[in-house]
Design a protein around this ligand. Structure first.
Ligand SMILES: NC(=O)c1ccc[n+]([C@@H]2O[C@H](COP(=O)([O-])OP(=O)(O)OC[C@H]3O[C@@H](n4cnc5c(N)ncnc54)[C@H](O)[C@@H]3O)[C@@H](O)[C@H]2O)c1
Length: 269
């Protein structure tokens, strides 16, 4: 536990009402961190805050739309008043809007960038200033498989934005890690969430299609991110910065034409 002990630290996690942001928040609390959590889903946020308090840690819940820079700045003012420090920032909030590349409106593309790129960037800027003054801190920007490979099926705006997120991580790591502020990204493959479930219901062939790209043989679950988040928030990762870490059941390692071996596969002839 001591390698990963977060006692006395403060984490800010966006997108904490659901999925990976919620799972990350609970893991941070279990390892001793107090949290400021934000989301646009007030009810989900309250549930996460209650779960953090049940673990015995402090949670301040703030309704904040990360597409609105002023709302982010206001939230950081609350952080200053409530906690007066920030040790870890987890940028989880956000989602893509789908559209075919040949006719998606620029307005929709802007909306995705406001959310995933500028939202994450302003959060990094606000956290970064405070961490630079303190001479320590760790930032996690959630990217996606779409940061480094294409998804198709209308993901043009999402992929362009997630590509920018990993470059943001590399630039910030290069600028800031000499001053004690580490910046990393995790790139998840398909992790079950309400949006994914809806798309799987609408097209029952999708799950099988995704699994063909995942040698590990299952979709991700929100809790799969917990170990990496605790590692990146703790001093155990003090030499890890600028890293773009796949969390994808082996997806990026496999060539699209690769053949996977399962327990039931016949032996090689
Ligand atoms: N689930 C996946 O397969 C997958 C894969 C790769 C990357 N991601 C990325 O990981 C992140 C978390 O995804 P998840 O699977 O946990 O999704 P989720 O839908 O379970 O949770 C996302 C949370 O973000 C909140 N949110 C959305 N827009 C917001 C905004 N503008 N301001 C504040 N909060 C907002 C939602 O209310 C929700 O609680 C997202 O950025 C997503 O794009 C997800």
């Amino acid at each position: 536990m001591s390698l990963f002990d977060l006692t006395g630290t403060v984490a800010l996690v966006s997108g904490a009402a659901s999925g990976m942001g919620r799972a990350a928040s609970l893991a941070l609390a279990e390892h001793g961190a107090d949290l400021l959590i934000c989301d646009i889903n007030a009810e989900g946020l309250r549930e996460t805050a209650d779960a953090i308090c049940a673990i015995g840690r402090r949670a301040v819940a703030v309704s904040c739309n990360v597409s609105e820079p002023e709302a982010i700045r206001k939230m950081f003012a609350t952080l200053d008043t409530e906690f007066g420090r920030i040790d870890f920032l987890g940028n989880f909030a956000g989602e893509g809007l789908l559209g075919n590349p040949e006719d998606i409106s620029l307005e929709k593309v802007h909306q995705v960038f406001d959310n995933l790129v500028f939202g994450r960037f302003i959060m990094c800027q606000e956290a970064g200033r405070r961490m630079l003054s303190a001479g320590r801190g760790s930032i996690l920007n959630i990217g996606s498989l779409a940061s480094v490979s294409s998804l198709g099926r209308g993901h043009i705006a999402y992929s362009m934005a997630m590509g920018a997120v990993v470059q943001m991580t590399r630039e910030l790591s290069t600028e800031w890690s000499g001053h004690g502020v580490r910046v990393n990204s995790i790139l998840p493959a398909q992790v079950v969430n309400p949006g994914l479930l809806k798309r799987m219901m609408a097209d029952p062939s999708l799950e099988e299609q995704w699994l063909r790209g995942i040698p590990r043989g299952r979709l991700g679950q929100p809790n799969d991110i917990q170990g990496l988040v605790v590692l990146l928030a703790s001093d155990a990762s003090s030499w890890i910065t600028g890293a773009i870490i796949a969390m994808d059941g082996g997806n990026l390692a496999a060539n699209a034409g690769a053949t996977m071996r399962h327990a039931a596969s016949p032996p090689l002839q």
